[in-house]
Design a binder for this molecule. Sequence first.
Ligand SMILES: [Zn+2]
Length: 946
Amino acid sequence: MKTKTLLFAAYCILLTAFCQLAVAQAPNPLDEKFDFYTRGEYRAGVPRPQSILRYDVGDHHTTYAQMEQVIGAIAAAAPDRVKVYDIGTTNEHRMQHLVAISSPENIARIDEIKANNARLTDPRRTSAAEANAIAQNNPSIAWMAYTIHGNESSSFEAFMQVVYQLAASNEPATLDILKNTVVLVVTGENPDGHERFVTWYNSVAIGNADRNAIEHREPWAIWGRASHYRFNLNRDTLVFTQKESRNLQKAYMEWNPQVAVDHHGQPSQYFFPPTGLPTNPNLPQPVTAKWEDRYGRANAAAFDANRWDYYVRDIFDAFYPGYWDMYPSLNGATGMTYETDGGGFKGLRWTRDDGTIVTLRSSIAKHYVASMTTLETNAKYKVERLKDFYDFRAKGIADNARSKMKRVVIDPTSDRVKAAELIEVLRLSNIEVKAASTSFSTSTAHTYMEKDAKAVSKTFPAGSYIIDLDQPQRIFIKAILEQDTPQDKAFVDDNMARFKRNQMRGKGQPKEDYGFYDITAWSLPLVFGVDAYWTEDVGSVAGTMVDAEQLAAAKRGSVSGRAAISYVIPYETDSTGPFVVRLLQNGFKVAVSTKQLNAGGRNWKTGTFVVRVSRNPDTIHESIARFAREMGVNVTAVNSGFPDEGDTSVGGESVISLREPKIVVAADEGVTQESYGSLWWTFDKHGVKFTPMTLSSIRGGGLKNYNILILPDGSAGRYSSGFGASGISALKEFASGGGTIVTLSGASIFAALKDVGLTSSKLVGSDEDEEKDKSSDDKKDSKPTPSPTPGSKSTEPAPIEMKSDRADGIAPSLPPIASPSANATKVPEALPGSIMRATVDRTTYLTFGVDRDEMPVLMASGYFFRYSKEGTNALVFDANPKKPLTISGFVWEGNTERLLKGTAYVIDESTGSGHVVLFAEDPFFRGMTRAITRPFFNSIIFNGVF
Ligand SMILES: [Zn+2]
């Protein structure tokens, strides 16, 4: 019996153990707890992150300063493997770091490795044989970057585990990585945004998985996704507008990595490449695809072994060159975006659509495994990857012979400061630029202002910038400077088919989404609005290679002397507008000539500014000299008021006084963060003062001491509900009392709403659109419906779960269609970020300083504004153009061109003694588009004057 009892007891113990084992093998997803420490032996003395943080992985969010302690302690304990580089501070004064981790042998010769690797970037100076030797003997460089979207928090926690593993483990696979790779860990690409998010999250979170819990609803002022200035740093590698982007870019160019992974965290399941369509045609296929496939299959094997869900291709494309995967890819590396499925807005715990829970810890584990797997794959194929890195530029140069586009010429005449800024951006990426010392001609010039423009003869002035494509950076140059980048035919056909199906769909039926991930046009000469041509020939031109000193000189302004009578400020650069605002806001008196002016022995155009010495304090001389130097404005000192000819002298009646712009910018829920941020950044850059204000403060008398109100892009509905009837009355009172209201994009839709009526312009296809076909039978359904995309012009609150991580930059809206035959073709389909031709009315004050008849403007919506019948249409989409309106990017066949004609981009309407100035789109999109800078600043400078 006893024996039997014992046996039974033993059986029970075994059974329990078996059951426990079974549980361990197939964990309940709710309890899953990944072990980060199975890849030892670990070296004693190297501290685990948790020993410093005092909480387990994924139990809490780590602040930037705590992370610095962790990295510092690991680096101090493992100096043989780890070297920390400080790469620059953020706007909020946090230091950004690059942690180099490799074998002790590599760390000991790290500078030599860096120098050898750099030799792979110039096939003109390094032969294939030399490159082969470097590939054999040098480790490859892996760029592992984390948390560019500060609120995608899993990635921040994950890199500390990666750093520990590499610094502490003696596991053979880890040692193999160290031997073959210099791993560069970027310890937070967006420290300021991350800090906002974690400080807020840690203070409210209770680990509640309910999607409605407050911890999943980040307030407007937090929005850790973006940088200090609320820029999406993962769209900033075209122009590198932000300090943080420049820190990273400089470090990137110094190290020249072969693989670069940007770690994010937003979708429902983990994503890693291969990417989906469209693919940027400048990427060298089939090499790009080979590496995406190789890294992707290795990741897949690791994820399959862990029984983790993931996907590839789908919505994540490789088209827009402004991402931190595309910038590496266009610089010869394999650039990849990895997206984990938890953390961020999902917090510590989040309920999926099937009721299961995703935890922060599990999403950290996935990033950790993907990072380590990528490094293993990279180590395994090190030699081949290094060779392909060298071949990237060699092939780029070789392909030049077959390419039509051989040279880009930028004429700086219309704005020498802006042209120099553009060249500076190119120089960041080691693009070689020459400045012509004489004028020169070509018979194969193609204008940027026309898609597929014919070759014409053209003479360029001395001082023009020349970018020849026959250089190592050719692939990158082509990707950012070509006039238009076509999408894969299969992608275009698929989206046109969806468009046609949507048009056939009955009212109230859900419409198919489109596949555009981001803008489809970005050519830098167009977004900057500089005069540019590309040519098929590369005739020899005398000149010098442009360096930093030369560009600084081009950006510097001057004053011709100390004026006795007045200073004359010609409107020759975009910076002239902010320069005048700065003078006015510093208490100086400035006037503008509304006719041709004669002063100092010459004529000046209408719109020239005059600062009269007699009206200003003595400090004007010093201030004007300093501002001119800093902002690149050339000022002429005039010592007599006598005009040699004409009616208008500096003392003339047509030189009228300006008033100080006292600016309010709406900053509140419903305002698009990036639109507000780009204004904030633009104003700060130029020393322009403004007051950010909530809608309720504006409504409640806050405008009393101001004369300008700017409403950035935002949700028309949220503006409506935020202001309410009393707020809308306050706005109308402000304008009729002499104030100027400037509305951008979604705020312009708000202005045009029937119940708001700040403008008489009507949206094409809306209820109030009188020009729409009167015979249409079901008008009420034809009103464009706001888009459901976060950050767009929606009238609905942003949904918590975004369609995709990168999808918030544009607002693809899907206007409902009344019936297949009636209104379908009367409502504009949203443009996915395309550049269109606007025609300039040069007789209005809004276009003072504009010397061009046409301007390229980026359109990223389907909201087209009819000409105002009561005001001035300063920039329009001509109703009878000789040329198509489309300049670059995707447009909807049979829809866009037809419906955009006869609409306006900038409308000015007087109301009482004030104005409402409407911009159809955001003039400073991503801080990148600059073509409309002068009309925008004119709306501020001339307030109360005209
Ligand atoms: Zn992201």
